[in-house]
Write a protein that binds this ligand. Structure first.
Ligand code: PMP
Length: 451
């Protein structure tokens, strides 16, 4: 393989998502070639410990032949059929039933799409429809959170609260509002975490009252805010959000695109925090990233109204319930269940990782080491004594990320938070390797900063 030629072609023809494409073209992209368990290899032959599971998604690890076999078998038997026109396929049906079994409470109904973003688009449209057919067309406002991430489509990016995304393409679309996220490190002041969690949740109540409960259709949030920097809310936050949603009859949407399928040591993030959503978008871990698939999961109440409303549900995609994607998802879920991978996270690896992560938290560059299950962040700070950020945010994080990569460790940096989300199959020895490499990267970053 001629890597330089590939990089040249990439720069000439490929626009990369979430990148400064001009800068990237000068720098050259990294071409990944294969993966096994928690490791990937690049075209230069570097072996990298992928502590980010691709993009929070390769839950069962790389290189499981069973998923390829499931795809191949389904492709050979029936590569495609749609779920329009009174039709569907066996894997699609079985996956819907399996998700009903796994999802908490009475979340028993799946609408299939291709990604997390499309799941959130689906939810926006169907929830507005849900209220409209009950003679409440004005109950159409969604409340999300500043700096939340719900995808990249018009609705997904609008529901999310990323300023840079809103700045491109005329977003947010109408009738979407945002409240401040729960981030004690920056916002908690002198409050203890649980007091702060209640305060942060009550911003939702204030917003509902400001807009009028008769206008508010739903609240959407990630159980743990991922992309912005793994903001883990205090334990008091979600039960209070749930109470507020119930009080004003606002539907509660738990965006499980990252937290779903074992990331926290529970099947879903809502279970980790002990609340019951009405609706859950899922994607990523549903197939461990082996093939694109997303779903919007609805409880009996919402699905019941959508079914009983009569008339056509004017929504759907060519690949809604694609049989090959469904077959791969079923095989992935079989592996997660039969190999007791979620229990492995909860009982074995998460406690050990938490211990080692706390040790990294002792490093002179780290102001906070947050972790829940296998999702964590190290907040790099100029001064350990204060909960404050670097003046020029993002430079130190990028430096640390690049140094870690040179040591064979993939971490993601959002501003100066070093983010962690390894495959769920990570072993204790690999956690130790992760610790050693991360510590070295922190040391060298501190040295470059003259600390
Ligand atoms: N919701 C959350 C919480 C996410 O983290 C993401 C993607 N990182 C999405 C939605 C969008 O998913 P996708 O990229 O598959 O469209």
């Amino acid at each position: 393989m001629d890597i330089r030629e590939l990089q040249r072609l990439d720069a000439a023809h490929h626009l990369h998502p979430f990148n400064d494409n001009a800068a990237l073209a000068k720098r050259g992209t990294r071409v990944l070639t294969c993966g096994e368990g928690c490791y990937v290899w690049d075209a230069d032959g570097n072996k990298l410990l992928d502590a980010f599971a691709g993009l929070w998604c390769v839950n069962i690890g790389y290189g499981r032949p069973e998923l390829g076999a499931a795809a191949s078998k389904q492709m050979t038997q029936l590569a495609y059929y749609n779920s329009f026109f009174q039709c569907t396929t066996e894997p699609t049906i079985r996956l819907a039933a399996k998700l009903a079994e796994l999802a908490p409470g009475d979340i028993n109904h799946a609408f299939f799409v291709n990604s997390g973003s499309e799941a959130n688009d689906t939810i926006l449209r169907l929830v507005r429809h849900f209220w409209a057919v009950q003679d409440q067309p004005r109950k159409n406002i969604f409340i999300g959170r500043h700096n939340g991430y719900h995808g990249t489509t018009m609705a997904g990016a609008s529901l999310g609260g990323m300023k840079a995304m809103h700045g491109q393409g005329g977003l947010p679309i109408p009738d979407i509002h945002h409240i401040e996220p729960p981030f004690w490190f920056a916002d908690g002041g002198d409050l203890d975490e649980d007091e702060y969690g209640l305060l942060a949740a009550r911003r939702l109540e204030d917003k509902i009252l400001e807009l009028g409960p008769e206008r508010v259709a739903a609240f959407i949030g990630e159980p743990i805010m991922g992309a912005i920097g793994v903001y883990i809310p205090p334990r008091s936050y979600w039960p209070e959000i749930e109470r507020i949603c119930r009080r004003y009859d606002v539907l509660l949407v738990s965006d499980e695109v990252i937290c779903g399928f074992g990331r926290t040591g529970q099947w879903f993030g809502a279970q980790y925090f002990g609340f019951q959503p009405d609706i859950m978008p899922v994607a990523k871990g549903i197939t461990s990233g082996y093939i694109p698939l997303g779903a919007a999961l609805f409880n009996d109440r919402v699905a019941g109204v959508l079914k009983d409303a009569g008339g056509e549900l004017a929504h759907g995609a060519t690949y809604s319930g694609h049989p090959v994607c469904a077959a791969v998802a079923l095989e992935n879920l079989r592996i997660l269940e039969q190999e007791r991978i979620v229990e492995h996270v909860r009982d074995q690896i998460a406690p050990y990782l938490a211990q080692r992560w706390a040790e990294l938290g002792e490093h002179r560059l780290v102001g906070q080491a947050r972790i829940a299950g296998l999702m964590g962040a190290l907040e790099l700070v100029p001064d350990r004594g204060r909960r404050a950020f670097f003046e020029e945010r993002g430079k130190v994080g990028a430096l640390c990320r690049d140094i870690a990569l040179r040591h064979g460790l993939i971490l993601r940096a959002t501003w100066d938070s070093m983010l962690l989300s390894p495959p769920l199959v990570i072993t204790r020895a690999q956690v130790d390797e992760l610790f050693d490499k991360a510590w070295k990267a922190l040391d060298e970053t501190a040295a470059e900063l003259g600390k």
